[in-house]
Design a protein around this ligand. Structure first.
Ligand code: URP
Ligand code: ZN
Length: 471
């Protein structure tokens, strides 16, 4: 008889390869085995998952905890954001360390780890946001990779916020990343188009939320995505498009993949479930994010990209600015802080709108929820799957249970709800982080600092899923 510390029994265990009844047996922090139903084992603690789905804990490679942006501060720090993520079934996040201009990558990394390590509730890794490319920065890349930071983030916009990299700098970064095997991610929007359109609207006093979308037209996103792919190809590097909103660009990404290029992209729950009609509402300012919400047709193309594996992941882009912060600028889109919350509700949104509608199978869900991003960002096989030897990170959901979100549903005082009219399935019953029950029925059972920094390996640029990945 197998002796284990924890057994999650009677559920349907879902991985990227299939879904079948089984018992997940956990010893210490790792999965010891996945046993056939009815096999005998001696467990110190048993979780009965009969009638439920047992998924790998989520891997969210796009969170912005403890962040300041456009004069606002996020509600969530590494503790509260981590708890919110765990309540939503995510057990690993990859957040960002910022290189300040004139400072080193290492300074940015040290500073961020100092902010996070003692408080973080969820296991976490970091991308470094590169804002200052020079010989010293480029020379540091192998050293930060040895520290487990194997991906970098760049902004093709947000010039006045001090974040934008110009094309020369991006190309130089891509060349070194290509040589070292790191992955460069981009926020792909054309700064000059946005700046021109914004100035034009402001001159006419056009400040309502719908002008946020109009000043960031599809071409601003499409051009930047294509430029990023061209620069990466020229440099011989992999590229990851963060938060793709423009479904119309999915065919280009698919085509690049089919040419054998390591071109990857994620989208986010809000782009999959909300469209640009939200900007016409009285509370349209709550939906100000960049890129902006697009059309219903774009949503269809994004879902198709997830279904055939062209899109590698659904990241939350959690930017938890409160309702007060988002409405502080009296409705002017130009000064409304960009970004929406998301880490806590990533799973129910993809489950409800993806699996329940028949767009995605359960294994497809797991690929974009945990396995795909873990593999791509150097976290596999430790994270993202249910297999012997992997960390025992699990989420149990009851497919029969429905939850209606309100402004009060969040773990923290975010104070607004952008999904008002839907009943969601797939809110976790419990979340297991490295073998310990971290959240049960929404209650966090751990303490601050229970999360761990995860040193990531090199990105698996050959990783790819489904048709979209086939070179
Ligand atoms: O509007 C967004 N996406 N805000 C968060 C920061 C970023 O652009 O990723
Ligand atoms: Zn962004």
């Amino acid at each position: 008889m197998t002796e284990v510390d924890l057994a999650v029994v009677g559920g349907t265990v879902v991985t990227g390869r299939g879904a079948e009844r089984g018992d997940v047996l956990i010893r210490g922090e790792q999965i010891a085995a996945v046993a056939a139903p009815g096999e005998r084992h001696d467990a110190a603690r048993v979780i009965d998952a009969t009638g439920k789905l047992v998924l790998p804990g989520g891997v969210d490679v796009h969170t912005h905890f403890l962040v300041g942006f456009m004069s606002c501060r996020s509600v969530y720090d590494f503790f509260s954001g981590g708890v919110a993520a765990l309540r939503g079934g995510t057990t690993t996040v990859v957040d960002f360390a910022l290189q300040r201009r004139g400072r080193s990558l290492t300074d940015g990394l040290k500073h961020r780890r100092m902010q996070a390590d003692a408080r973080v509730a969820v296991d976490y890794g970091l991308h470094i946001v590169v804002t200052d490319v020079n010989e010293a920065t480029l020379a540091e890349i192998p050293a930060v990779m040895r520290e487990g930071v194997t991906s970098f983030k760049t902004y093709m916009t947000y010039e006045k916020d001090g974040l934008m990299l110009d094309d020369g700098a991006l190309l130089a970064l891509l060349r070194v990343a290509g040589r070292e095997g790191a992955l460069v991610g981009v926020h792909a929007e054309n700064e000059k188009i946005i700046a021109y359109e914004t100035a034009r609207c402001l001159a006419k006093g056009e400040v309502a939320p719908r002008f946020h979308a109009l000043t960031r037209p599809p071409i601003a996103e499409a051009e930047a995505v294509r430029r990023a792919i061209s620069l990466a190809e020229a440099a011989g590097a992999g590229i990851y498009i963060f938060h793709l909103a423009l479904g119309r660009e999915v065919p280009n990404i698919r085509a690049a993949r089919r040419r054998g290029l390591p071109v990857f992209a994620e989208t986010c729950p809000h782009y999959l479930t909300l469209d640009d009609s939200r900007y016409e509402r009285a509370d349209g300012t709550l939906y100000v994010m960049s890129p902006p919400l697009r059309t219903a047709e774009d949503q269809k193309l994004l879902w198709a990209g997830l279904e055939d594996g062209t899109l590698a992941a659904v990241g939350s882009d959690d930017a938890s600015f409160s309702a007060e912060a988002k409405t502080a600028s009296s409705g002017s889109f130009a000064t409304t802080v960009n970004g929406v919350y998301g880490a806590e509700f990533r799973l129910p949104l993809i489950y409800t709108f993806g699996v329940e509608t028949g767009r995605l199978t359960l294994p497809q869900l797991v690929r974009i929820w945990s396995e795909g991003p873990a593999q791509l960002f150097g976290l596999a096989p430790r994270k993202g799957t249910i297999a012997p030897g992997s960390d025992a990170d699990l989420v149990v959901i009851d497919p029969e249970r429905r939850t209606r979100l309100t402004a009060q549903s969040h773990y923290g005082p975010v104070g607004y709800n952008i999904y008002p009219d839907v009943d969601l399935s797939g809110m976790p019953v419990c979340t297991v982080r490295r073998g310990a029950v971290a959240v049960e029925e929404g209650r966090y059972l751990g303490t601050a600092g229970d999360g761990r920094f995860i040193k990531r390996g090199k990105p698996d640029l050959a990783s790819g899923i489904g048709v979209g990945a086939a070179p």
